[in-house]
Design a protein around this ligand. Structure first.
Ligand SMILES: [Ca+2]
Ligand SMILES: [Ca+2]
Length: 129
């Protein structure tokens, strides 16, 4: 369940040419001092990512804070970053419209190689939890 998060230091506070120091705090106790680090989170959740930079005169910027949400998108059939009743409707429509069991990889949530009512139940449980 690794989720990959890429950040870049496009901060308007200081002219980028003058920045000599970057301090990223990924909200996990891990830091990076690269201009555009890549960081992998081990768990889903909300993380406060902060960036502070220093220019060549030794002046620090204000801390730039962004909260990122890493969520499990299993069951997000319409790719709107939410797993909700709209996805249930899409799954129900799929089951009603298709008897060939195509797109198993997408719709077979409980991995029994069939797309049927059990997958709807599985999806409902995802949403409830
Ligand atoms: Ca969705
Ligand atoms: Ca299934």
């Amino acid at each position: 369940m690794l989720r990959y998060f890429s950040v870049s230091s496009e901060v308007e506070i200081i002219n980028e040419d003058e920045i000599v120091y970057w301090e990223w705090d990924f909200g996990t106790g891990d830091f990076s001092y690269e201009p555009s680090p890549q960081y992998t989170y081990n768990d889903y959740g909300n993380y406060n990512v902060t960036l502070r930079v220093m220019n060549n005169y030794g002046l620090y910027s204000a801390t730039h804070l962004e909260t990122i949400s890493l969520i499990d998108l299993l069951g997000d059939f319409n790719s709107d970053n939410h797993v909700d009743v709209v996805d249930i409707v899409q799954l129900v429509n799929y089951i009603l419209d298709n008897i060939m069991n195509q797109d198993l990889e997408l719709y077979d949530l409980n991995l029994d190689f069939q797309v049927n009512i059990l997958d709807i139940i599985f999806l409902v449980q995802i949403i409830i939890n």
